[in-house]
Ligand binder design. Structure first.
Ligand code: HEM
Length: 505
């Protein structure tokens, strides 16, 4: 009996050693063929589990300093290095060429990893969570609905802005604009997607709409934790999360059932629909032209709601965090708005003439990118072009199953791209005469085939909001002297909110 056990153990060990050897030889050959050299490895106690790094990251997360700790590592170890954390080997880079390779040139060598497993219970399978052919279908379904005409329903957006303005104290008392921005973008995104806003800025305590908003926020906040567990996300058990997902689904399913019953497919160019009502763009109605599958519709709508809501709110929050601390920039923006619009409400065309506002938003997204770090999993053995060898100029092998992470936040603060004043908030750097052309070194909306589909929508909405608030208020007072702090969930917002007072004109 003992003899049999030893034989089985011996055979297993042999099988393991042979597999390891075959893999080792194939890696050596692969590296030789592609001219790959070794990268810098950050010092770690051990690299199999990488628990030491996990502990450091947990502490940084508690201190709300994850993003700055990561930037310091790039300063210490260079633009590309590797490490291990909780059994996952990863490479981290802020080299533009590497990021371009992962997101565009070698797009097919990389995927989203466990995003589907982590986000699936809330979002199902849609543009934000799937890879490969499934993602291509989603993208083809969703993309055409984001053309210029459809993102410019500013009249409807104005109703939400008026509601927002009504929530701002006019007596000089302090308000947290960030909380209001998250409500504003939920209201406008649900209006655009479902054709009916949840009106969280005005909805009554206990209403169905209010419950939806709360349960969506709750489910989303737990997605961050699920995704940090990576491969182990199936271990995440949380009744509140399950209930929140159910509530969100019931709410959206009802809207979809209603739309399926009522909606007439119509021509996008028409300004009057078949019922005689003025035509209004509704994302759901447009999607009915391509699919009538309720689950498919729910998944895509929730994917877009998740991708589009917090992101725009975070950009607006950072914008006002900055404006509250820079009266010079506040006044410069105000002057431009008044010179160009003469007190009129903006429209899509007039927003385009506001050059300084564009530089301002570029600069806010540079120093405070809403998605500050991201990554992709290698689906086969592949390479990135830089980071190998003593000078970091040779390619690195990226073995199948490892992650290439990239820090947009740290890349946006590189002095060799943005100059010695890279850490300074200076919108003027984006004026054409300054000749700044960062290419892949500026990536707030990602790049390549998965570039953000809502970029124009977000910039229009953020610009409109800033213009209208600067038209309604003559000054802004900062009511928080503490330095900026990160609040990292799926996106990055202001850790201490945006506490200000606004002075009516
Ligand atoms: C300031 C606002 C926004 C920023 C900074 C932003 C940024 C990004 C980034 C970095 C990604 C890539 C994520 C990844 O692949 O890991 C992305 C994807 C996406 N964004 Fe945005 N986004 C914003 C607003 C919006 C809005 C308003 C919408 C829709 C209404 C939207 C819809 C999407 C969708 C659907 C994707 C997935 C695209 C795909 O994978 O093919 N985004 N966005």
């Amino acid at each position: 009996m003992v003899g049999l056990k030893s034989i089985v153990a011996g055979l297993l060990a042999l099988a393991f050693a042979t597999r390891w050897l075959i893999r080792y030889v194939s890696i050596v050959r692969f590296k030789r063929k592609h001219g790959c050299k070794s990268e810098v490895r950050i010092p770690q106690v051990e690299r199999i589990i990488g628990y030491d790094l996990f502990k450091i990251q947990m502490q940084a997360s508690k201190d709300k300093k994850i993003i700055e700790v990561s930037r310091k590592r790039f300063e210490n170890f260079g633009n590309t290095w590797s490490g291990s954390m909780m059994g996952q080997r990863f490479f981290n880079t802020i080299e533009m060429e590497n990021v371009k390779t992962v997101l565009a040139t070698n797009f097919r060598d990389f995927g989203l990893g466990q995003r589907q497993e982590s986000f699936g219970p809330l979002l199902g399978q849609g543009i934000f969570t799937t890879d490969g052919v499934q993602w291509e279908h989603s993208r083809a379904l969703v993309r055409p609905n984001f053309t210029r005409a459809q993102v410019a329903d500013l009249d409807t957006f104005e109703t939400h802005i008026l509601q927002f303005i009504s929530k701002i104290p006019k007596d000089g008392s302090t308000v947290d604009l960030q909380t209001l921005f998250f409500q504003l973008t939920l209201d406008s995104a649900t209006e655009f997607l479902f054709g009916a806003s949840v009106n969280s800025l005005s909805s009554k305590e206990g209403s169905e709409q209010e419950k939806f908003g709360k349960q969506f926020d709750l489910a989303q906040s737990k997605l961050g934790r699920r995704s940090r567990l990576g491969k182990l996300s199936f271990l995440f058990r949380d009744k509140e999360f399950d209930q929140a997902c159910r509530d969100v689904h019931v709410f959206v399913d009802k809207i979809i059932a209603d739309a399926l019953e009522k909606a007439q497919p119509h021509d996008i160019e028409k300004s009057i629909d078949s019922t005689g009502e003025p035509w209004r763009y509704i994302f759901l109605t447009e999607m009915l032209n391509s699919t009538r599958d309720p689950k498919r519709l729910r998944d895509e709508l929730l994917n877009i709601l998740l991708a589009g809501r917090d992101t725009t709110a975070s950009l607006l929050s950072h914008s006002f965090h900055l404006l509250a601390r820079r009266p010079d920039i506040f006044n410069k923006l105000k002057a431009e708005i008044s010179n160009e619009l003469h007190g009129e409400k903006p429209n899509y065309e007039t927003l385009r003439n506001l050059k300084y506002l564009k530089y301002f938003l570029n600069e806010a997204l540079r120093l405070y990118p809403v998605v500050p770090a991201n990554g992709r999993f290698a689906v086969r053995d592949t390479t990135i072009p830089l980071g190998g060898g003593p000078d970091g100029k040779s390619p690195i092998m990226i073995p199948k199953g490892t992650v290439v992470a990239y820090s947009v936040y740290s890349m946006h603060r590189r002095k060799d791209i943005y100059g010695p004043d890279a850490l300074e908030f200076r919108p003027e750097r984006w004026a054409p005469e300054e000749g700044l052309r960062p290419g892949w070194g500026y990536l707030p909306f990602n790049g390549g085939p998965r570039i953000c589909v809502g970029q124009q929508f977000a910039l229009t909405e953020a610009s409109y909001t800033i213009v209208r608030l600067l038209q309604e208020f003559s000054a802004i007072e900062n009511r928080d002297e503490t330095p900026w702090q990160e609040n990292l969930s799926l996106t990055m917002s202001c850790g201490r909110g945006v506490k200000v007072a606004l002075v009516p004109k």
